[in-house]
Design a protein around this ligand. Structure first.
Ligand code: SDX
Length: 429
């Protein structure tokens, strides 16, 4: 194949380099397009066909249902590694040695205290505030308490910023839940591993010793690993573009939290369980909801179904579905929403509408069912997604800065009014 792409406009031909990725993906580098064609741009709403960067962090193949971090298959990572081990891999590029991992865990614990003045910020929110809004605000507020600029070119500076946010983020995330439920805010328990600490931050009450359930911890560890990074999704692209302006790491992460909140993105896990509960309340009539999802006049979408990239099974959904079965068996649980989810999936996958559009269950379809089984309230599902996605956001922000990428500033095609004279108010009808 030629290493050049030819574009012909108005009888004139323009050449652009073709780039080949390490997984044989092909990209046309159009970075000289506007300059060499005297102003022509491409247009691609939602960037469905447009790459924003080169990256070494995550590879996914939507047609084959492949997801790898730094070359390691997600199936192997969930089976063999811990959340922090995968976080280290994603952020620093290699699996940590035993010594590196132990140091990483200790340094994160060393950063798990949050400035007491942060309580003043959280107290300013009404109890009805959604935890994602609180988390975004508290993450941005970290900048005020840690004003130093992260020097990406200093390994020590970057490492310290990484362990700082990994230590503090779960505390801030769970404070939103505690506050809204009139519970005292918990502190980290540095005698526990990262995931067990998240569980105690969420559920420990001061009057009793918190009993760790290893089955629940294992399920949450696996679930959060599956959320750690997913290349240039909406919230990660947000973190990158905010960071590209020179905004600090915590401010960029705060923007990522806000982007993840949307029901078409990370907010879908909450929307899935609300949908399953509505179907259950409605007598479990899944066909009715499948037809609603297919009806163009009905805004209803089958939440947890479909994906911008995966036009095959989302490999994460497969792993989560299996984990849900195992967790329910281990904890001897019987949740009608799991049965409804499986029935919904079975009916949808046989339906032409979904097959034609290659709509399969995505990461959010089953994750909410596990969160529910772990006692996590629905409003906190997307917060858990944010805790899981944090290492990916950090890694992508770090890569963008290390690569010295320019400030993100897309162009547009203007389709508004052409030049017209000012009209005085007397002449306006
Ligand atoms: C995440 O990008 C990532 O990697 C995201 C993520 C990550 O890890 O970061 O994987 C996490 O966000 C997963 C997605 C969670 N969102 C949902 O589950 C919400 C429901 N799904 C959709 O709204 C939708 O599928 C999107 C937003 C996920 C993807 O939308 P696209 O790629 O823009 O596709 P589209 O909206 O153009 O849909 C194509 C067709 C349309 O029908 P036609 O116009 O061709 O007739 O499929 C239909 C859509 O109406 N369609 C659906 C549907 N999803 C798409 N119809 C019914 N139910 C759905 N869920």
């Amino acid at each position: 194949m030629s290493d050049k792409a030819i574009l012909e406009v108005g009888g004139k031909k323009y050449e652009f380099p073709i780039l080949i990725g390490t997984e044989d993906e092909i990209a046309i580098d159009i970075s000289t397009l506007r300059g060499s064609t005297n102003g022509i741009i491409t247009l691609d709403a939602g960037f469905k066909n447009t790459g924003s960067c080169e990256s070494k962090i995550t590879f996914l193949d939507g047609e084959k249902g492949i997801l790898r971090h730094r070359g390691y298959a997600i199936e192997e990572l969930t089976k063999n590694a811990s959340f922090l081990e995968v976080a280290f891999l994603i952020i620093f590029g290699e699996l940590p040695t035993k010594v590196e991992l132990e140091k990483f865990e200790i340094d994160i614990k060393g950063q798990s205290m949050v400035n007491e003045e942060m309580k003043g910020i959280i107290d300013g929110f009404p109890k009805s505030a959604h935890p994602m809004g609180i988390l975004s605000a508290l993450t941005s507020a970290l900048t005020a308490f840690n004003p130093g600029i992260v020097n990406v070119n200093s390994k020590v500076d970057m490492y310290n910023a990484v362990v700082k946010i990994l230590g503090k983020f779960p505390v801030l995330a769970t404070w939103a839940h505690r506050r809204n439920n009139g519970l005292p805010l918990n502190y980290s328990d540095n005698s526990l591993d990262y995931i067990s600490n998240i569980m105690q931050l969420m559920f420990k009450i001061p009057t009793e010793k918190y009993k760790i359930n290893p089955i629940a911890v294992n399920a949450l560890d696996e679930l959060l690993i599956l959320h750690e990074d997913h290349e240039q999704n909406c919230s990660t692209s947000t973190v990158r573009i905010v960071g590209s302006s020179g905004a600090g790491l915590f401010a960029s992460l705060s923007a990522g939290v806000s982007a993840l909140w949307g029901p078409l993105h990370g907010g879908a896990n909450q929307a899935v369980v609300e949908m399953l509960e509505a179907i259950e309340k409605d007598g479990g009539d899944v066909e009715k909801y499948i037809n609603k999802a297919k009806d163009k006049d009905d805004p209803f979408r089958l939440m947890g179904f479909g994906h911008r990239v995966y036009k095959n099974f989302d490999p994460r959904a497969r792993i989560i579905k299996k984990a849900a079965d195992e967790l329910f068996a281990d904890l001897n649980l019987n949740d009608p929403t799991l049965k409804i989810a499986k029935h919904l999936e079975e009916v949808a996958l046989k339906d032409e509408y979904f097959a034609e559009r290659k709509l399969y269950p995505n990461v959010d379809f089953y994750s909410g069912i596990i969160y529910r089984a772990l006692g996590i309230p629905v409003q906190m599902f997307t917060v858990m997604f944010a805790i899981g996605r944090l290492p990916g956001w950090i890694a992508q922000w770090k890569e963008m800065r290390e690569n010295g990428e320019p400030i993100g500033r897309p162009r547009q095609l203007y389709t508004g009014e052409t030049l017209r004279p000012y009209k005085s108010i007397e002449d306006r009808k």
